[in-house]
Design a protein around this ligand. Structure first.
Ligand code: ZN
Length: 325
């Protein structure tokens, strides 16, 4: 009998120690999630009005990003952690492209299936949040337009606030990897999965919503991945994540910075020749011209017949580059 009690006590003792520890760990995790969310909210408040943000912005412009000579590459663009130099696709003059955006680069996208006469346009911003996210959001609000932000992982209160603002103002918050470091995320299927889970749980923690849309850094047709992109696409599908490429590049991530006018021309090329247009823009500290181009682009689109500007949702026709699926 004694021996029997001994056994029970021996079994119960570790549980009596471990259970409170486990509860503490779970509670601590919850507290840290809530703290993140509160920090984001406080930061939203701290950002203040559009006027005060613009003052901060002009300070940045003058002190951090001095005026460039024509064609000069800003020094901060070199090696900038969010730079997407591989995503630059030269644009032509806007002639219809027959489902091929740049055959020289081997990039194609799926043909639109059915047409209801509406040209749907999706403005997508990669690499944020940045010092320009709030200006982009202000412009979108001014024109009552919803867009899609494919963001990377940035763990500071200003970024938390921007993730939250994107969601709360009705835009789609998508993932663009946590680190955006090609040779890390594309090193193996495991490292890709790890990076994806990291950005997913960060956005979940901060916004309380699970992101379901993804854009591969460099696009699915990138030639920097040492892992088969089809395998990574399958992984996303297994996680219930839908990836989107683009079929129009604004060209705002080129080696040579474009003017706002050039970005406007690229973004608007061939809109009426497609049912679905997904335009690639960038939301980074190096992409001020994109912010200046945005109002013109939206006004031009809103003036076109049968054109709708929409955020990416489950209803959006998927635009993929050809990776031989
Ligand atoms: Zn990117």
């Amino acid at each position: 009998m004694n021996h029997h009690y001994d056994k029970i006590i021996r079994l119960l003792l570790p549980a009596a120690f471990l259970l409170p520890i486990a509860v503490c760990i779970i509670l601590a995790t919850r507290i840290s999630l809530l703290e993140n969310r509160i920090a984001g909210r406080e930061a939203v408040e701290a950002l203040g009005s559009r006027e005060s943000r613009l003052v901060q912005l002009s300070w940045y412009d003058e002190n951090v990003y001095p005026a460039l000579e024509a064609g000069e590459v800003p020094s901060f663009a070199e090696g900038y952690e969010g730079a997407d130099l591989a995503e630059y696709i030269p644009q032509d003059d806007g002639a219809p492209r027959d489902n091929v955006i740049a055959s020289a680069e081997g990039l194609t996208y799926a043909a639109d299936t059915e047409s209801d006469g509406i040209h749907r346009v999706y403005l997508t911003f990669d690499d944020g949040p940045s010092i320009y996210t709030d200006d982009i959001l202000d412009i979108l609000a001014e024109y009552n337009v919803k867009a899609t932000f494919f963001v990377v992982g940035r763990e500071n209160t200003a970024s938390y606030a921007r993730y939250l603002r994107i969601v709360e103002e009705g835009h789609t918050l998508g993932m663009h990897s946590y680190s955006h470091v090609y040779n890390e995320i594309y090193a193996s299927p495991e490292s890709f999965a790890q990076d994806t889970q990291r950005i997913r749980s960060l956005l979940e923690d901060v916004t309380g919503q699970t992101p379901v849309f993804y854009r591969f850094p460099g696009g699915s047709s990138n030639d920097v991945s040492s892992t088969d992109m089809r395998e990574l696409a399958d992984y996303l599908e297994s996680q219930g994540i839908i990836y989107f490429d683009w079929n129009v590049s604004s060209g705002d991530a080129g080696r040579v910075p474009l003017t706002s006018d050039q970005i406007v021309r690229n973004a608007l090329s061939g809109i009426e020749t497609r049912d679905t247009t997904v335009i690639l823009f960038h939301d980074t500290a190096a992409k001020r011209a994109t912010v200046y181009a945005l109002p013109q682009i939206i006004e031009a689109l809103q003036a076109m017949d049968n054109v709708e500007i929409l955020p990416i949702t489950y209803d959006t026709a998927v635009v993929h580059h050809d990776i031989g699926m």
